[in-house]
Design a protein around this ligand. Structure first.
Ligand SMILES: [Zn+2]
Length: 209
């Protein structure tokens, strides 16, 4: 979105300086930035003036709406999810000293992705706060990919399920292409998390990112 504002400024300055035969140039600038189609509008999550940056539920609501209207229409995960638990964790100094794994931003757990009725995602507040708004959208969809679709990580950096979730070079179109592939279950190296025996100890393990 930073790029958006940059283009917008360029656009304004061109309009401001030359009112005559420069209109083609203006169109070019605007075209670079045309958003590809998505059936939901992400602007409420990507506005640096108005987005409530600490509201995690809005990402879930957008995701549910997005799945339902994308392609030929996906399942209603809002209806299916009886237990919705998306929360911030605030790291203490003790945890930092004990060595919390670096790069960890959010996590889901077997208790969520191995239970169709439950979504449970923790987000580390400090790390979250360092992300820009598009990265936050990307990270939350990544977690929903684990929890709802039971996806394992992808090795393709253009996929939402790629583990390095903070890619500062992504733009909104990259995100839309990636989420479409994710919803359609069409991305390279797609793999599913195998759920453990519900009685086993392993069900308490978490899956980082
Ligand atoms: Zn992950």
């Amino acid at each position: 979105m930073k790029n958006y504002y940059l283009y917008f400024l360029i656009f304004l300055s061109i309009v401001g300086c030359s009112k005559s035969d420069e209109s083609n140039k203006v169109e070019e600038v605007v075209d670079q930035f045309e958003q590809i189609f998505s059936c939901v509008d992400y602007s409420s999550l990507l506005n640096y003036q108005t987005t409530d940056r600490d509201n995690l539920i809005q990402y879930w609501n957008k995701f549910v709406e997005d799945v339902k209207c994308s392609g030929s229409g996906g399942p209603d995960f809002g209806e299916q999810t009886k237990f919705l638990d998306i929360f911030f964790e605030y790291t203490t100094e003790a945890q930092v000293i004990a060595g919390l794994s670096p790069g960890k931003i959010a996590y889901s757990a077997f208790v969520g992705y191995c239970n169709d009725e439950r979504v449970r995602i923790g987000v580390l507040y400090d790390e979250w706060s360092d992300l820009n708004l598009l990265e936050r959208l990307w990270v939350m969809y990544h977690e929903f990919g684990h929890d709802v679709y039971k996806y394992e990580h992808s090795s393709d950096p253009t996929d939402i399920m790629y583990p390095a979730s903070t890619r500062s070079d992504i733009d909104l179109n990259d995100f839309i292409r990636a989420k479409d592939r994710m919803f359609e279950r069409k991305f390279s190296g797609i793999r599913y998390i195998s759920c453990p025996d519900p009685e086993s100890e392993i069900s308490s393990l978490t899956h980082n990112h």
